[in-house]
Write a new protein. Structure first.
Length: 184
């Protein structure tokens, strides 16, 4: 890997978080392009995914080192992690709408749900994909998680039980690299 591997705007649009192959996370001013915080160091390998909490106070990161970390966005202080549990790269992280949980999707073909403050596993592993989980997203009410996979499918899960709530959505002829819910 080389370069910047993930970027995300803060909820208010003023900041950009970036995750890099250099194992760090940085926070940038979106208008000026200046570095505001970072590098945040704690991963032992490339950072594949970053996500802001709904209030913008925290950042979650997923890495090739198979871990998830939670950081204070303003200072880079490590709140939780490195959180272990996945047996392969963490390709995607997403906060729940209330900011209390993080979903992670991994190359180990699973999705797991973590408590933001403690880093403890609260649900999962959700199993069903036959290849790497490349993207995860919470529904706006926090009740469901959508996942995209290198198995060319999208799945919809109950965020608490991990039960599949919709049959796999099929039709792509390549990896599903990104997934998102519509605002409504």
């Amino acid at each position: 890997f080389d370069g910047v591997l993930s970027v995300e705007f803060s909820p208010d649009g003023q900041y950009i978080a970036s995750g890099s192959a250099d194992r760090t996370i940085r926070i940038w001013d979106a208008a000026e392009g200046t570095l505001l915080a970072g590098p945040f160091e704690g991963h032992s390998n490339a950072v594949l995914s970053v996500a802001f909490s709904p209030n913008g106070d925290h950042i979650a990161s997923g890495s090739v080192d198979n871990t998830v970390c939670v950081w204070v966005a303003a200072t880079g202080e490590l709140v939780a992690g490195p959180v272990t549990g996945h047996s392969h790269w963490v390709r995607s992280v997403a906060f729940s709408p209330d900011g209390s949980r993080i979903a992670s999707g991994s190359q180990d073909k699973t999705i797991r749900i973590w408590d933001v403050k403690t880093g403890k596993l609260v649900a999962g592993p959700f199993e069903g994909h036959s290849n790497s989980v490349t993207s995860v997203a919470f529904s706006l009410n926090g009740h469901h998680i959508a996942s995209g996979s290198a198995d060319q499918t999208i799945r919809l899960w109950d965020a608490t039980t991990g039960e599949l709530v919709a049959a796999p959505f099929e039709g792509h002829s390549g990896f599903v690299q990104s997934i998102a819910f519509s605002p409504d």
